[in-house]
Design a binder for this molecule. Structure first.
Ligand code: ADP
Ligand code: ZN
Ligand code: ZN
Length: 721
């Protein structure tokens, strides 16, 4: 019998391809191969070997293995196979997600050879005019180890200077310097506080078994410190570890803290790396170097072979769920990876997801509580400020403005949270009522005053802002409501003596801008920070003692069943920026619904009590996590096409255990000219929903659809409207 291999391609196909393995070629699952495909060659990943192909088919031989070892080690292959099945995503596309871009394209799994340079040690005297060459020699001497050409150029020298020195035999090419993989601790960790020690004792044991523990630690309680101690205590010099974080760029301080203790052992992984950096990091991990990777969502797919610990920081954060294509949850895959690996997993948060909290109650996860802030810091006091019929300036009420004044006068910093970027969310004519809407979406255009533009926050559409009403030419055409720019402007004119620093997607677009903002804030001088969710994420601002939430009402009456959970998480996270050091913090929450039960429980402050309440409501409605949910979405140039497609899919979802809602138009029914509809599927058991969805996918593949039609499945959706 001839040897065969089943191969996945990086294409949106729900099928695999069988090939013959040529004699003398040894092929293992997970290996990259080159195969003839159509009239070209393609890069494939071997999923299985010795498969039985359909009878009477003459298989083509594959061309060659791209390297003799599996690019996807067994465990990574298992993880992705499981995930493709769980999230109903084509296996090939899912597997290729675990390769760095260069390897997806079929390039060699090796770093391009770099030339390194060192001083030759020859005596010399350079002519006076060669001062740049002299500077280069001095620089090489001061660096103390060989430098790559790339680094020489990056330091401001030129190739011709390098060549000049090489010609005089003052520098010579050499091997790259040894990289130290396990630096000893570069600086000692501070001892854990008593409360931290108690929580530490509840973290999962490292005993070659899977354990998952939810670390509920209030903001400022020192969760990061616990992670550092946990890794230091439990990792051997050989082990690999993974620390998932929501967004690295927003919290450079965290990486710096890990580097301080683990030095070169730390590798980062995030979307801003270039292809070369990705390949280099990926290879180190695949080679089994004892790295500690700090990375965003996709780091969970890296080819670890000695992974001993997984930590997911801010595990509730919605950025762990990929929003398009392969819609996996990095957090959930981390837990599954811990299972595969039989190693501990820590999920940390001050505002755990209801899913994870429920898992501590049904016995699947352990729970470690850390409810005290570090040092003398106490929990901030939360006060609701009813703003019905109160005059507002830039969205901020008089009592809040006075509080900001007092805060600045006492030498502290204030943070003002606005949940929308831009100047104002709407522009309206006060004469005829005309509203500026996006021509391509069912949504209003946001006014951005800095460049006098109207922008859609749901698609790419933008236009210059008209000065008069386009409908009736009235000049009473004005922005309504609050955005970060408007609040920034108002506060700048009311507090001319202190800097007002805006932090949102627009103000942080340039590379490095968030770093320089954080540096300014951490200099400690009085200032006012104005910003969106970005400000709620894990920052440690010791001088902020006042937080003002401009409007808390956004999520109170949403149709999305996750909205109350997300609202409370955001409010508590942003509140958690106040009073992290010696001086106590205050949080003023402006609302038109100060009697709303959710906001009242926020005021009482105990997150787990609120979570318990929300879980009770979810259970009563049999919503996740009590029943798994998936959404099948369709979008087309016409709504009728989207609805008709989903109607047919609905007909296949007939099992008793299923509950199906829809098809219904999505909340924003038209987005970027496409009409969107959805079908919500709930089921009593996981297995049931997986099988039903698999059948639905097969059906969907067979349906005839228009050219511009798209459909997708979202398992465990984060957004359900
Ligand atoms: P969290 O991640 O829970 O919000 P952090 O780990 O950022 O909290 O800790 C908050 C602050 O307290 C940081 O500045 C940190 O350096 C400091 N800190 C935490 N634990 C200790 C400790 N045991 N000793 C001294 N300082 C600590
Ligand atoms: Zn008008
Ligand atoms: Zn739009």
């Amino acid at each position: 019998m001839t040897a065969t291999a089943r191969i996945a391609l990086n294409r949106p196909l729900r099928r695999l391809f069988d090939y013959q393995i040529p004699d003398g070629c040894r092929i293992k699952p997970g290996q990259r191969v080159q195969i003839p495909f159509g009239r070209q060659f393609a890069t494939g990943l071997v999923v299985d070997t010795n498969v039985t192909p359909p009878a009477n088919i003459q298989l083509k031989p594959l061309k060659r293995a791209l390297e003799p070892w599996p690019a996807l080690p067994a465990e990574t292959l298992k993880l992705l196979t499981w995930a493709a099945n769980y999230y109903q995503h084509p296996l090939g596309e899912s597997l290729f997600m675990a390769l760095p871009p260069a390897l997806r394209r079929g390039q060699p799994a090796a770093l391009p050879k770099e030339t390194f340079w060192r001083l030759s040690g020859r005596e010399h005297s350079l002519p006076k005019q060669a001062h740049r060459q002299q500077a280069l020699l001095d620089w090489l001497a001061s660096e103390g180890k060989p430098q790559a050409t790339r680094d020489v150029l990056a330091a401001g020298f030129s190739r011709s200077q390098l060549k000049g020195l090489a010609g005089k035999e003052l520098v010579t090419e050499c091997e790259p310097p040894e990289r130290t993989d396990s630096d000893p601790l570069t600086s000692p960790l501070p001892p854990l506080t008593e409360a931290q020690q108690l929580a530490f004792a509840k973290l999962p044991p490292v005993d070659g078994k899977f354990h998952c523990t939810l670390l509920y630690g209030v903001t400022g309680s020192g969760k990061t410190e616990l992670y550092l101690h946990y890794l230091q205590n439990n990792l051997t010099a050989d082990d690999q570890a993974l620390v998932l974080v929501p967004e690295i760029n927003l919290t450079p301080q965290t990486v710096a803290r890990f580097r301080r203790y683990f030095g070169d052992r730390i590798e980062v992984w995030h979307s801003a790396l270039n292809d070369g950096q990705r390949l280099a990091t990926w290879l180190r991990i695949r080679e089994g170097k004892p790295v500690i990777v700090i990375g965003t969502r996709s780091a969970v797919l890296l080819p670890f072979i000695k992974l001993q610990t997984l930590i997911v920081d801010e595990e509730h954060d919605s950025s762990y769920k990929q929003g398009e294509g392969f819609r996996y949850s990095g957090r959930d895959l981390a837990v599954f990876r811990g299972h595969l690996n039989q190693c501990p997993v820590i999920l940390g948060s001050a505002t755990p997801s209801l899913e994870s909290y429920a898992n501590t109650q049904n016995g699947k996860y352990g729970l470690a509580r850390l409810e005290q802030r570090v040092g003398s810091a106490t929990a901030p006091e939360v006060r609701l400020l009813d703003i019905r019929s109160r005059p507002l300036e830039g969205g901020v009420s008089q009592p809040a403005l006075s509080a900001i004044r007092r805060c600045l006068d006492s030498g502290q910093q204030a943070l003002v949270f606005v949940n929308r970027r831009g100047y104002a969310p709407v522009m309206m004519c006060f004469d005829c009522g005309h509203l500026m809407e996006c021509p391509d979406c069912d949504s209003r255009l946001t006014y951005h005053q800095r460049d006098r533009a109207l922008r859609c926050h749901h698609c790419d559409y933008q236009q210059a802002a008209p000065t008069v009403c386009p409908s009736c030419q009235s000049e009473a055409f004005k922005p309504i409501g609050q955005g970060t720019e408007r609040t920034e402007d108002t506060l700048t004119s009311l507090f001319p003596d202190v800097p007002v620093i805006r932090v949102d997607r627009d103000s942080t677009q340039r590379k490095g801008s968030i770093q320089s903002i954080l540096e300014r804030v951490n200099s400690g001088d009085p200032c006012i920070l104005v910003g969106t969710q970005m400000l709620a994420k894990g920052h440690d601002f010791p001088k902020v003692t006042l937080v003002v939430v401009v409007n808390a009402d956004g999520g109170l009456f949403s149709v999305d069943f996750r909205a109350p959970e997300q609202l409370i998480q955001t409010l508590l996270q942003v509140s958690g920026r106040a009073g992290r050091s010696r001086d106590p913090g205050t949080v003023l929450v402006q609302t038109c619904h100060s009697d709303h039960p959710l906001l009242n429980s926020l005021q009482q402050g105990r997150y787990l009590d609120i979570a318990q309440q929300l879980l009770t409501e979810r259970e009563a409605a049999q919503l996740p996590p009590f029943r798994p949910m998936a959404i099948i979405r369709a979008e087309a140039p016409e709504m009728s096409e989207s609805l008709a497609f989903l109607d047919q899919i609905r007909n296949t979802l007939t099992q008793d255990a299923l509950e199906v809602w829809g098809p219904l138009p999505a909340l924003i029914a038209r987005k970027a000219k496409r009409h969107r509809a959805q079908l919500v599927v709930l089921c009593e058991q996981r297995r049931g929903i997986r099988e039903a969805l698999k059948a639905a996918c097969q059906q969907a593949e067979q349906l005839r659809t228009g050219r511009d039609f798209r459909w997708q499945i979202d398992v465990d959706p984060q957004e359900t409207a």
